[in-house]
Design a binder for this molecule. Sequence first.
Ligand code: PEP
Ligand code: MG
Length: 294
Amino acid sequence: EYDELLKFKEVNILDKNGKRIEVASNISRKDEVDLALKYGADGIGLFRSEFLYMGRESLPLENEQFEAYKYVLEKMQGKPVIIRTLDIGGDKNISYLDMEYEQNPFLGLRAIRLCLARKDIFKTQLRALLRASKYGRLRIMFPMISGLEELLEVKNILNETEEELKTEGIDVGKYEIGIMIETPSAAIISDILAKEVDFFSIGTNDLIQYTLAVDRMNKNVSYLYNPSHEAILRLIKKIIDNAHNEGIWVGMCGEMASDLSMAKRLIEMGLDEFSVSPSLILKLKKELDKIVNF
Ligand code: PEP
Ligand code: MG
């Protein structure tokens, strides 16, 4: 069966308008890039950078991060690599940060909020990313954006960091920036946010949890966690339309992207990129190929 799937490794998926649909890989550790390549990933759709920060006693230094990002970019040989900035808080914690107890960590100081509260940590990561940018096709992605002001602040810090590097005589390559659309507020104002970035990636794991008010890890209410809830489908459609109106593309890196039963609807809605775990890439390519050639 695997041999049969391997046929799809080099297959390009083109929709009925001739638009290429990318099938990218989610990775959590730099070494997983080999698996992504083995299974024919068109790019990295989500590198969860927080794993560089977890399972250790102190923050990863700028150079260590730089080496990790450079490694992934070089391995992908010009294929796009989306690296998401630190998404800690919620279900993921790092002991050495001494984070305050919160009653609702998923609604608390998580992801970009933590980065804006700890600009030192954020800027170290941005420096590492910008330094790595010339080794491949880098796309920097920010998680948990919930409003325009937040995004503008992030862009200011990014620009400031780039200026500082240039003043130090350090080269910065080309790169794109994008945001996760994973809060209902971001989805609702996606027309406004689309003017500020190069791409969106829909984080359905959180978008569903926040929109349906269902804890994504609570088994008592998991029966309500429904990706095909009409509210979710409408939001996704809206996000894609708003993005395309501004001429930017939209991917999906939440679990819903690997739900083969949803693929047809997502393609019909105009989704441009799917990002799934390495072992699912070939299955998804096979399914998408079937859908577009039907
Ligand atoms: C998501 O929320 O869908 C997502 C991809 O991010 P994470 O699962 O890391 O929160
Ligand atoms: Mg998320």
